[in-house]
Design a protein around this ligand. Sequence first.
Ligand SMILES: Cc1cc2nc3c(=O)[nH]c(=O)nc-3n(C[C@H](O)[C@H](O)[C@H](O)COP(=O)(O)OP(=O)(O)OC[C@H]3O[C@@H](n4cnc5c(N)ncnc54)[C@H](O)[C@@H]3O)c2cc1C
Length: 265
Amino acid sequence: MLRDEGPLVPMAGCTDLYVGFHFGTVPQKRFLDLSALRTLRGIRLRGDTLVIGALATYTDLIRSPLVKRRLPILAEAARWVGNPQIQNRGTIGGNVANASPAGDTLPVLAVAEAEVVLRGADGERRVDFNGFYTGYRQTVMRPDELIVAIEVPRVVGRQWFRKVGTRAAQAISKVVMAAVRAPHPRIALGSVAPTVVRVPRTEAVLAAGGTLADAQAVLMEEIQPIDDLRSTAAYRRRVSANLLAQFWNDTGRRDKRPSAGREAP
Ligand SMILES: Cc1cc2nc3c(=O)[nH]c(=O)nc-3n(C[C@H](O)[C@H](O)[C@H](O)COP(=O)(O)OP(=O)(O)OC[C@H]3O[C@@H](n4cnc5c(N)ncnc54)[C@H](O)[C@@H]3O)c2cc1C
């Protein structure tokens, strides 16, 4: 249908689309309701790969024993999305396809080095999550393709996540960070650049045994935050550096839980 009857806008939980209708930013008038595609909702293991159907909701992610075991920071990110109503409707596929730099699952998928599984009438392809976004709200997905799943390889190292917003619920991130403490640490941030970003220069400083202060200085240069209605570039830079320190201190201690909450730092 996407190929032969398009252009059609896929609809999943509609939590982003409805906002777009309200503000008049969804110009198309024809839609494809995905909700009948129940096979796209499951969460399972294929070999050592965690396969998350695109229609899995945040509530599905929070409740999944597999996600809890393999990628607890994804369940953590899901818990901080919107509110229970949004968590019951909003999907991971919608979060990824919507391509907002503030999407809360995106830094998690970036540090997990996930793959996006795209399917169209002509077949299926896998795209490295870290190559999925090409610019502000731009992706490599074609109009005749759907995201059918997100695939996550085994993540080795302590996982860490924190969202900083105005409130503890119903808040879009001012800064959101996910990280993995491995010999070569992986760090990704949202709301600090036109797309979710990994910060390879900062990762390299830490991997080489550089000081936290050096890594913080590099991070503040590596990100490109802007002033907007939710925050300022200066605040985002400072908070990003603080989150880096919190990640490094939390995961350096033996007794610390793998991920933190999101009260204002
Ligand atoms: C009150 C409120 C609070 C929110 N809070 C948060 C928050 O805290 N953190 C956060 O990250 N987001 C938040 N959101 C945004 C939203 O809930 C999420 O981005 C959600 O994951 C979108 O999923 P959906 O299924 O509702 O997508 P939809 O609204 O159905 O679709 C979003 C976009 O993705 C496309 N799409 C959907 N599924 C697919 C697919 N399988 N393949 C291809 N394209 C697809 C649609 O065509 C559309 O362009 C909030 C939204 C609201 C209204």
